[in-house]
Design a protein around this ligand. Sequence first.
Ligand SMILES: [Zn+2]
Length: 544
Amino acid sequence: MDSPFLLPSNLDLELLDYELYPDRIDLQVISTAASTCCPVCGHLSHKIHSCYHRIIHDLPSGGRRVQLHLQVRKYFCKNTNCQRKIFTERFVTGLASYARRFERLNHVLTGIGLESGGNPSTRQARHFSVKVSASTVLRLIKKCIMPSITAPKIIGVDDYAFKKGRKYGTVIVDLETHRVIDLLPDREVKTLSTWLLEHPSIEIVSRDRSNTYAAAITEACPQAEQIADRWHILKNLSETVERFLDTQRVEIKETALKLSQQQQQKSVNEGITAGMSETPPIESQLQKPVFVRKYQDNFVKVKELQSKGYSIRKIATTLKMSRRTVAKYWNRIEFVPKASRKRSNILDFEAYLQQRWQQGQQSAKALYEEISDKGFTYSQATVYNMVRKYPKSVLEPLPTSVKAAYYSSKQLSIWLGMYQNDWEDYMPIEFLRKLLDENPLIKAVREIALEFRQLMKAKQGDQLQDWCNKALESGVESLKGFVRGIRQDFKAIFQAFTSEWSNGQVEGQVNRLKNIKRQMYGRASFELLRKRVILMGNPNFHQM
Ligand SMILES: [Zn+2]
């Protein structure tokens, strides 16, 4: 029976008969090869011993799955020196020995498996009438041969979390072909340097700012140009500004208070809120909290004794402070208040505190315990700062706090990192303007940071050194730290300012990898993940 469309054309098969069922087609097929070679000695044999039936699955046809009843022959090996006496005929291509599926079906299933993983592939295959288990699909993926890597020149490396916080790996992307070329099981210096030594064609490596990758690249291919990732540099800059703003919390709060006082005053003048004619007493709130003043006094005392030539140990004994604190102040030029990143929710309890105060409960400790039960999450010192301005006499009216808007240092560092033209309506523009007008130091740091971004955008690497000097002159501790970081990795950061290559697409590939990993519910082995990440979307995969 002629069957050009049903059977793989590269096999010597003949269709004898077929039966049609609602869900499948059964084909009776025989092999037509006149002779075959012994798999052990390679001797050609014509002498048939016997035959048996093997069921083989093929690609579906017309919505029905296709099942072959293949008559396979067994041959005698005529070579008297061969250990094997009888063997089953082999097909050179298209059907592996012992296989139950044609290779063309395996190829399709592997492709689906690479795209979707084990279980989803099983469900998808059902839609086109193929029954396959998830473990079979995974086995097919594992049998894929990795494509050989052809002399990459420009690569990007980055780490990815295999188990966040615990286990990390390294992804290597060819920046010219935009493809992941390899995945490494960890992010150790040795692993990456070994890989790099196997690929001596590399000329440019884009990387994050970790010392690990820098060390591996310097060790394995010192001739390669290293480029620090621009995104990471800007992230570090943003964190630097954030740390600086942490030291400016008192000033930031002051501006916020003044602004809300102004706004309240404006409302009163416009007669919108009648009965609020009294100006809220904000002076008391603007004082630095007691503990900050105490620390500042200590700082001044330490500096005084230091200038008189006292040792750290002696200062600690004299001032009854810990040596560690003295040592901390020892190297600092200016006092940096310890900033809390948390915001207290004390204002939510103001009405309650005032009520209790007038009822006669005037102990900060007792009040603290009372509101702690009601959901207050901050310290007793915060309660004390709130109630210490209340008059002892219950007859006098209590001052009300001006409710100042709160913005975290992180949020502010993002807004201040933007140009004024880019500020949008949802942002507190009035507050930001006032903050810059009233705080020359914040304004100066913002300008330095903006200049850095501008230089990077305009690729003016030649001005990086000048910028560093300027940042150092500002005297701001966190900026000094940032400059130290730049100087340690100057070459690579200079390249980030001048090179056309960046780690942008590597970040994209890491996102793709995360997606694939999550599809497998975190149960993927490294080998399986590696195959899927590298082979997905590559139509030319081969199997062992
Ligand atoms: Zn043989």
